[in-house]
Ligand binder design. Sequence first.
Ligand code: HEM
Length: 489
Amino acid sequence: MKPICPAPDDPTRRGAEAARPRRTLADLPGPRGLPLIGNLHELHPDRWHLEFERWWRAFGDMFVVRMGRRPILVVVEGELVRDVLQRRPAVFRRIRTIEDVSREADMVGLFSADGEAWRKQRQLINPTFHARHVESFFPSIREITGRLRDLWARAADEGEARDVLGDLMRYSVDVTSSVAFGRDLNTLDRGPDALQEHLQRVFLGLNRRMLAPLPYWRYLGLPADRAYDRALVAVKRLILDLVAAARRELEGGADRPARPRTLLELMIVARDGDDPKAHLSDAEVYANVLTMLLAGEDTTANTLAWILYYLGSRPDVQARAREEADRAVGGALVPTLEQSKRLEYTSAVTHETLRLRSAAPLLYLEANHDTAVGDVAVPAGAGVVALTRAIGRKPEYFGDPESFRPERWLAGVPSTLPHEPRMALAFGSGPRICPGRSMALLECAVTVGMVLRSFTVHLADHTAPVRERMAFAMQPEGLRVRFVKRACA
Ligand code: HEM
């Protein structure tokens, strides 16, 4: 594979930082909007990312939209976005409502914390995502992938078209809960578990509140919000019990595990040097277990669903990936760790899918103090939206950007088209880049390898449009897949 990771001290960044502000937000173009509400009414509840991208095509790489009276600077220039993402947590932060809503839920974890609190958590949690830990989770990931295969094999026998996103959500709930706290919910076989139902309510509630223009829930007790509060209490009790049990076990006598086996246990034992204060409290461990479930589930499930969409709509891509899987995986039904790592073309398919259908197509930030983005002065508190998916669709970074061309990611394949992997921002960039990316990529490799070995993938209805829908992550709405068993499966 061509390298993906950005260099932290990239010299081109300095150029972006060095520019002196010559313009203000008021000088920038943007949609007109209405008094008081600004452009809020133009944002479709399920497809606001498309509206932002439409405005980009109309107004260019820097423009201003208004959420109520609040101006938001939207940036689609790759170097400037990388620069903004790099200048965290000092100059920019995630938009403040994310932390406020999380604080109300007692779950300020790695995603929502900011400033020094974030720095401490990131330092302690980063090592838990080290390759050797992620690989130690592989046996449970592989076992759950085997269950997904059985489910789709039964569907193939019955000629049934599957709502693959629903299946993949349950798959990633099972994987993430098993990796996070060693509990195999097996929602793939048993259907929704009580914990999963509570989690679903919590995620929907958090999402609704983080994106709400006003904190209406502080004044109104809507039924959905009461259900959210109840679910939160149940989830908190359950996870804190798991934290206490894991702590007892880790501190226990001869029976204690030789080494931590789950993210939860890794977080409990995480220490920074000899500093007795440099560890995570129970409240922080709870917040981060919930964060992992939240951050890891929908994103991975939707990425996998989009990969199936491309395999189904591009038989040429599927044939090439299948040929590689047959070579690398041999007779196994689910690839081993070593085999998963050999799936180079499949990995290229994943990166191309992430470029075009990133689960998080935009990032919401805020300036901590007066600063500048390029030559534009940005006052403290102004919102900054980074259109990361749009950056991956710019012809100066990725030639022929609207085409699905996995081979652009293969090392040693000569091409005259521009190819700037540092502008592939599906996992973000800078100090807050997604720490779960290698785990997500491993899950994608083993799942897609399994599918290619056992089935051919067909879109159930080629004429039915598959549309992008923004929920917690960007989903393929209307995707149904028919699996046909291969002779060798
Ligand atoms: C294909 C799957 C995934 C995608 C597309 C994705 C994408 C992202 C993005 C865009 C961010 C924000 C990065 C930034 O602000 O620069 C992020 C942050 C994060 N992700 Fe992921 N993610 C995925 C899977 C996972 C998994 C599997 C986990 C953990 C089990 C995870 C845990 C996190 C956490 C904890 C953060 C917050 C990091 C911080 O603010 O320091 N993600 N992810």
